[in-house]
Design a protein around this ligand. Structure first.
Ligand SMILES: O=C(O)c1cccc(O)c1O
Ligand SMILES: [Fe+2]
Length: 285
């Protein structure tokens, strides 16, 4: 039975310098700090209590969490994954509290990426109070490294409910709702989170952040530009430990009845229709 993912929910990032990482998440990225223990700092970007966290550890060991419908769905997902040979861990009470969820399971996908499926994601009664006026409207998608995009696309689309919206060369953009994509699989000889996308309100916000990032000497690795695939106007920049962050606006919605996946060539114009060239090695070679 298909694992029905509702949404991408959170990323949990590890860093060797917690101070610098949390400073970046609030002062540059602009998220709202919400929880702070000695070892772990949480942030929010939408109605949910927590959508991103930093803790001390090996930066390669990041986690991405997805929302499932309910506990039955979670149990079925655990059974499906175990039948496929994955080792599935149930979240402890403490781990659930850290994530602001009622329950979750964690496993490594075939390429070794740490994935979590969670239910009962806590929502905050207070609207988000962003640390800076970046115009963020929410957490929207993740790029995941994949050392075998065909295998991983099969997992997300056959074992789970994702659909292919577009492919750029071997790089599939996968949707789990009407939004053009929530997961991008980036071919690379490694695993884990490659980039984290937040939507912003307008092209003005993209341009304002471009100026701010330059002033703050944050490496801009792509854009400002416009993706011909999703239609979004974007800018990508590099955060702590080499993690790439993207702001974008205007991601197309897909009509499930009439949409047909498209194949783009693996070339710069497929990533940006304005002529910007990515300084991200996985998007160039
Ligand atoms: O928005 C997109 O279409 C897109 C395409 C390639 C790579 C990305 O990160 C994207 O967000
Ligand atoms: Fe993206």
């Amino acid at each position: 039975m298909t694992i029905h993912i509702k949404d991408v929910a959170y990323t949990r990032l590890k860093t060797s310098d917690l101070g610098a990482a949390t400073d970046f998440a609030s002062r540059i990225l602009g998220l709202q700090p919400v929880e702070r223990t000695v070892r772990c700092h949480g942030f929010r970007s939408n109605e949910r209590a927590m959508t991103l966290s930093y803790e001390e550890g090996n930066p390669g060991e990041n986690i991405v969490g997805f929302e499932l419908g309910d506990e039955d769905e979670l149990d079925r997902a655990a059974a499906t994954l175990e039948a496929m040979g994955h080792v599935v861990r149930r979240g402890s009470r403490e781990q659930c509290e850290q994530r602001c969820v009622r329950d979750f399971i964690g496993f490594r996908d075939a390429g070794g990426a740490q994935i979590e499926f969670a239910v009962g994601l806590e929502v905050s009664g207070n609207r988000v109070f962003y640390s800076r006026d970046a115009g963020i409207t929410g957490f929207s998608h993740v790029g995941l490294f994949s050392n075998d995009p065909i295998r991983d696309e099969h997992f997300w689309t056959q074992v789970c409910n994702a659909r292919v919206s577009d492919r750029v060369g071997e790089l599939p953009l996968l949707r789990i709702s009407q939004i053009h994509h929530s997961i991008a699989l980036i071919p690379a000889p490694r695993s884990g989170v490659q980039h984290i996308n937040h939507q912003v309100q307008s092209i003005d916000d993209v341009q304002r952040s471009f100026a701010l990032l330059r002033k703050q000497n944050v490496p801009i690795v792509f854009g400002p530009g416009r993706h011909p695939t999703s239609g979004a106007r974007f800018i990508y920049f590099e955060g702590p430990d080499g993690m790439v962050f993207e702001y974008s606006v205007g991601v197309n919605e897909v009509d499930e009845e009439t949409y047909r996946e498209r194949q783009f060539g693996f070339e710069p114009t497929s990533f940006c229709m304005w002529g910007a060239k990515p300084a991200i090695k996985e998007l160039t070679s």
